[in-house]
Design a protein around this ligand. Structure first.
Ligand SMILES: NC(=O)c1ccc[n+]([C@@H]2O[C@H](COP(=O)([O-])OP(=O)(O)OC[C@H]3O[C@@H](n4cnc5c(N)ncnc54)[C@H](OP(=O)(O)O)[C@@H]3O)[C@@H](O)[C@H]2O)c1
Length: 273
């Protein structure tokens, strides 16, 4: 899951400070070495003091490179307090990546226990609150960057994922509108829409893995490393002309009708094969 040696370097990221949420596992954890290798200093907002201490030890980083603000993003008061703490820390903030999210499956028709409030708090509202707190620091930065993490699920839909999909769709609207509102400030706002990214919580069979890869034009499972380059581009000067955009990183997911099997069948039916 850990990205391999980084074959690229965005030199202007060195010495800049990025706030990143949700680093204990999955994509957030896997991005850490690659972001640190770019020379970024990281402020990680996550929960689980022991887990965070273990991560610092694994990465061999001191506080100047990797600082933790322990926070349960499901708790609005804790998010406020963390935002305030980062804002008053005296630290610069050049960018913020909202990575943390939850995606519990639930049936829409069932009234309870529906996770709407929790999902919207963790996936959307915590991102809004933290961004509001660090905005003055971002404005002071020579290249302030806000990056939300959406999902292709908000575009494609997904049964039992209505709360998750709608929270991710809301981030897309937020991206477009906030980019407009921050016109002229030098702060860009973008959203990365990952497709199926391999993370450790998955317990997929080889068959399931092949189905997932088979939906993509790029027929291998994507990893966090596939998000690293696009993310660094958005954070860097090189990406300074990109704002209000959604960048899909899904290996070129195909509509089922465009899958190889269906296309082959259509060629047969149409008499081309
Ligand atoms: N993996 C994919 O295929 C995929 C596809 C599309 C979009 N995405 C998006 O990519 C991002 C990362 O996904 P992932 O697959 O890496 O998810 P993951 O493996 O479930 O990791 C989620 C991270 O968010 C943190 N988090 C969750 N609830 C939290 C809370 N209340 N307070 C603090 N931290 C919390 C988790 O920390 P704890 O350990 O404390 O729970 C963990 O570090 C998410 O925004 C997700 O929607 C992922």
């Amino acid at each position: 899951m850990t990205p391999p040696a980084i074959p690229f370097q965005f030199h202007d990221l060195a010495g800049r400070t990025l706030v990143i949420t949700g680093v204990t596992r999955g994509i957030g954890r896997a991005l850490l070495p690659g972001l640190l290798a770019q020379g970024l200093n990281l402020i990680a907002v996550s929960r689980g003091r022991e887990k965070l201490a273990a991560i610092r030890q694994e990465l061999g980083m001191d506080e100047s490179r990797l600082r933790f603000f322990e926070c349960d993003l499901a708790d609005p008061a804790a998010v406020e307090a963390t935002g305030r703490a980062i804002a008053s820390s005296g630290l610069p903030v050049d960018g913020i990546l909202h990575n943390a999210a939850i995606d519990p499956r639930h049936e829409f028709a069932k009234a309870a226990p529906a996770p709407w409030d929790l999902v919207w708090q963790v996936n959307l509202k915590s991102a809004v609150t933290l961004t509001q707190w660090v905005l003055p620091q971002l404005r002071r930065s020579a290249q302030g960057r806000i990056v939300f993490t959406g999902s292709i699920v908000s575009e494609l839909g997904g049964s039992y994922m209505t709360a998750y999909a709608s929270s991710k769709g809301a981030l897309v609207g937020l991206t477009h509108s906030l980019a407009h509102e921050l016109q002229g400030t030098g702060v860009t706002v973008n959203c990365i829409l990952p497709g199926a990214i391999q993370v450790e919580k998955e317990a997929g069979t080889v068959e399931a893995e092949n189905v997932l890869a088979g939906w993509q034009s790029v027929t291998r499972r994507l990893t966090a490393n596939d998000l690293l380059g696009p993310l660094c581009l958005l954070l860097s000067q090189a990406g300074g002309g990109i704002s209000g955009q959604c960048l899909t990183v899904d290996g070129g997911v195909m509509h089922p009708l465009m899958s190889r099997d269906v296309q082959r069948a259509r060629l047969l039916v149409d008499g081309y094969a």
